[in-house]
Design a protein around this ligand. Structure first.
Ligand code: ADP
Ligand code: MG
Length: 233
């Protein structure tokens, strides 16, 4: 699904070069649920953004579902993102003046999905995250956990091959975090490949594979038996 070889990435800071990723080799197979751990500044978001085609690598190769991701123009990059990737962010990134269902529908609108199918699919995914009753509410009427569930429904609605989540529980209390992880575990058990960036060890324990970054180097990669979030909510 994802195959990264000898990846290097630096940022230019004025006259200085800041190396952020220094020779990453990382593969993810279909159906995996992987956490990327590491302290702040270790390069987690940079790696996830490269996987998400939101940023470009300097050196190395990246294959996504067998296709090499390289020098894509913005239009093709957007097509790849729509087709392959769903994103979940710490801050939810919902549109405040649109209802839950309209937030879920919006990416489908841009993909040219008909109105009827948009509504059906959006409701289906809102149901999946337990929010069917909240479909016509605005984000400010929802709790943080509910907002993140809307964001998960939005990410799932285009049926991406991979779900990428950058600190999805970073803005949530512990119990709500586990509720969100329960949903992500359910979606993974249904076959969706998921990559989660987190600096919270208890969240990482709820995935099936822990990868650790330190100063731009992958220092460990372990398969684990995941803690079940549903036992903690
Ligand atoms: P993490 O997500 O692990 O906290 P990041 O990948 O966000 O780490 O950042 C790694 C390093 O790269 C940090 O030192 C950060 O300041 C720097 N960095 C990230 N994005 C940029 C950017 N767009 N321009 C310059 N420096 C950046
Ligand atoms: Mg980050």
């Amino acid at each position: 699904m994802i195959e990264i070889k000898d990846l290097y990435k630096s940022y230019q800071m004025g006259k200085n070069v800041l190396p952020v990723l220094k020779g990453i080799n990382f593969s993810v197979q279909k159906g995996e649920m992987v956490s990327i751990m590491g302290s702040s500044g270790s390069g987690k978001s940079t790696l996830l953004n490269i996987i998400g085609i939101l940023d470009e690598l300097d050196q190395g190769t990246y294959h996504l579902d067998g296709l090499e991701v390289k020098n894509l123009n913005e239009k093709i990059a957007a097509q790849y993102r729509n087709k392959f990737l769903g994103f979940i962010f710490q801050s939810f990134n919902l549109i405040n003046y649109k209802t839950a269902i309209d937030n879920v529908s919006l990416p489908l609108y841009y993909q040219g999905v008909s109105r009827k199918e948009r509504e059906e699919r959006s409701l289906y995914y809102l149901e999946k995250v337990g929010l069917a009753k909240w479909a016509h509410h605005l984000p400010n009427e929802l709790s943080g956990g509910q907002k993140q569930r809307v964001a998960i429904a939005r990410a799932l609605a285009s049926d991406p091959k991979v779900l990428l989540a950058d600190e999805p529980t970073g803005a949530l209390d512990t119990k709500t975090s586990y509720e969100v992880m329960e949903i992500l575990q359910k979606i993974n058990n249904e076959g969706k490949t998921i990559i989660i960036v987190t600096h919270e060890p208890d969240i990482a324990q709820m995935t099936k594979r822990n990868v650790e970054l330190r100063d731009g180097i992958m220092i460990s990669d372990k398969r684990i038996e995941p803690v079940l979030a549903k036992d903690y909510v």
